[in-house]
Design a binder for this molecule. Structure first.
Ligand code: DX5
Ligand code: ZN
Length: 223
């Protein structure tokens, strides 16, 4: 199993986004995570395709684009052109999920699916074959700096089991929200192998050391 750590640019200094994107890569991040919010699907507004294009120019690591949009289907091409490696859409968004995942694939981008903390994991099962990764939100999306919700671990467990049973052992299972070495370890224990962390990594004194800590904690606890 490959364990990946993805710093979330939402926790960066917005006056120094370029510097902070580079800082994540230099610290050993596996991917950079970009949170896109429309002020409608979630109450907050964040960044758009231009920030993804900036990141594409300044770092060489893959770009994980998390769309918190009511109508993500309208923006797939824009984010693909901007340089997204993965585009993740919420299962709760207002679009044809299967068709949108398909259009992501057709753009040459890896499709991912996201579940809010209160969405039953079973709802993701019909789309398992269409995605390269599933993100289980461990906070309600919209803001960084919230507390990890341990009750989401049951979903992580269900999805890891389902992916193993369907022979998709390489399916990425990601957690996002309140992740640090401790909550990352608990998530790995339940089957997660990809870890998004904003506050924990961008506020750390030594980002490289904390990326290692998180990856090691995950590796040691994964079952
Ligand atoms: C929340 C975003 C997260 C956020 C995580 O809606 O999806 O990616 O940046 O921030 P922390 O790690 O601070 O909870
Ligand atoms: Zn995110």
């Amino acid at each position: 199993m490959k364990f990946e750590v993805l710093p979330s640019l939402l926790a960066a200094d917005f006056g120094n986004l370029e510097r902070d994107a580079r800082r994540a890569e230099a610290a050993g991040a596996d991917q950079l995570h970009l949170d896109i919010m429309d002020g409608h699907f979630v109450p907050n507004l964040s960044m758009g395709p231009d920030v993804v294009a900036m990141a594409k120019q300044v770092v060489g690591i893959p770009l994980s684009v998390h769309l918190m949009l009511t109508n993500p289907d309208r923006y797939i091409e824009r984010f693909a052109e901007a340089g997204a490696t993965t585009i993740q859409i919420h299962l709760e968004s207002d679009c044809d999920i299967a068709a949108t995942l398909q259009s992501i694939r057709e753009c040459g981008v890896r499709p991912g699916m996201v579940l809010n903390p209160d969405t039953p994991a079973e709802k993701a099962l019909p789309f398992l074959d269409q995605v390269d990764e599933i993100l289980c939100m461990t906070v309600f999306p919209g803001y960084g700096g919230q507390s990890f919700m341990p009750e989401v671990m049951s979903s992580v467990k269900v999805l890891r089991k389902a992916s193993n049973q369907s022979g998709r052992n390489n399916l990425g299972i990601m957690v996002d929200g309140g992740i640090n070495a401790e909550t990352g370890a608990l998530s790995a224990l339940n089957g997660a192998n990809m870890f998004v962390a904003g506050t924990y990594l961008y506020r750390a004194e030594d980002m490289a050391r904390e990326i290692l800590n998180l990856r090691n904690a995950a590796e040691q606890n994964f079952v």
